[in-house]
Design a protein around this ligand. Structure first.
Ligand code: ATR
Length: 336
């Protein structure tokens, strides 16, 4: 456990430090509803910088390049002190958006990084992740090609996303890995068995995505007000935790988060983030939001100090969560 209120945390063993609460940018382009208006999204990214956010997370696949272009347009002229992270690996059909595979080959490392650099309009990607591990390319080959980007000055630090402990070890033996990104929240604690201890041993920062359980832990959803619509993959079969009886059972667990929040006179989302940040100063969170009010509230989680009794209460929830993190198809590409 750590003091969840410290204002900066190291990025792996690099000399860079980052704010414990970064910004996940995916939802600005897709998956949690329609894309934001471009101008509003750029203004929102500027506001995040002004409020102290210094770590922005995007990916080639978010909006099939749209999200990187957006982040680039908004931040390329004010990137001093910022850590801009992007990822590659999953491939999509540009016409339909359908996922067509995962490619960790050296050729794809080169193709994808050039595309990301161009869309970001930056000379360097500060943190470059393999988004999902390609089972048909040895991780050593993928990371070897990523390391060449570091040598060429095109990338600052390397990361993996949703990799198993063994893959992290193999990758780290080729080139230091600075960040391991994975889902991590009060509801998703699978990383604690093997992955987090491995990261700790190797000096790798754990970057927690979906720290709000894709919105579930914020208390914003109810039995009658559930995520819906074609553009929201939570309601469309991609997310078992949001379906049928699972959803109802998981909503009941959120009541416990609400009761902890009430005791501290804060919001459930703040409790959810404070919980993640309490796991260690080698853990940072990248909640995704598209709203100023939520951004402010999320940053306010730094002022929430949970007690041991709160942590004990919250720690008991993950075992009761119903449903996997993803549908069957997508589960096959995590923790590889
Ligand atoms: P991800 O990492 O996948 O983006 P997350 O951070 O766990 O997932 O949750 C993101 C969801 O929580 C989004 O639907 C976001 O919606 P908005 O864009 O409307 O904010 C929602 N969310 C983020 N912060 C929130 C907050 N403080 N209160 C309520 N909802 C919030």
């Amino acid at each position: 456990m750590t003091d969840s209120t410290t204002r900066s945390r190291p990025l792996g063993r690099t000399s860079t430090t980052i704010h414990p609460i970064g910004l996940g940018c995916m939802g600005m382009s897709e998956f949690y509803g329609p894309a934001m208006d471009e101008g509003a999204a750029e203004r929102f990214l500027h506001e995040a910088v002004e409020r102290g956010v210094d770590h922005f997370d995007t990916a080639e696949m978010y909006g099939i390049g749209h999200n990187e272009s957006l982040v680039g347009r908004a931040l390329r002229d004010r990137r001093d002190g910022l850590t801009i992270a992007t990822k590659f690996g999953p491939l999509r059909d540009p016409e339909t958006g359908a996922f067509t595979g995962i490619d960790g080959s050296p050729a794809n490392v080169r193709r994808a990084s050039e595309g990301s650099l161009a869309r970001l309009g930056m000379e360097r990607i500060d943190l470059y992740y393999l988004h999902r591990v390609d089972p048909s390319t040895p991780i050593e080959e993928t990371v070897g090609a990523m390391a060449r980007l570091v040598d060429d000055g095109k990338v600052g630090a390397l990361g993996l996303s949703e990799a198993s402990a063994e893959t992290v070890r193999r990758a780290h033996a080729v080139h230091p890995i600075s960040a391991l990104q994975t889902e991590y929240s009060i509801f998703s604690r699978h990383v604690e068995d093997e992955i987090l201890p491995t990261c700790r041993e190797l000096g790798i920062t754990l970057v927690a995505y979906s720290p709000l359980g894709r919105g579930l832990l914020t208390g914003r959803f109810t039995e009658s007000d559930r995520p819906s619509g074609d553009a929201d993959f939570r309601g469309g079969g991609g997310q078992p935790r949001f379906e049928g009886e699972n959803y109802d059972a998981n909503l009941r667990l959120v009541d416990t988060v609400r009761s902890v929040a009430r005791r501290h006179e804060v919001l459930p989302a703040q409790v959810a983030l404070a919980w993640v940040l309490s796991r260690g100063d080698d853990v940072v969170a990248i909640p995704g939001t598209t709203k100023s009010k939520h951004l402010v509230s999320n940053l306010g989680a730094l002022d929430v100090a949970l007690t041991d009794a709160d942590l004990e209460t919250l720690n008991a929830l993950s075992d009761q969560v119903k449903g996997e993190r993803y549908n069957e198809g997508s589960m096959q590409s995590v923790q590889q």
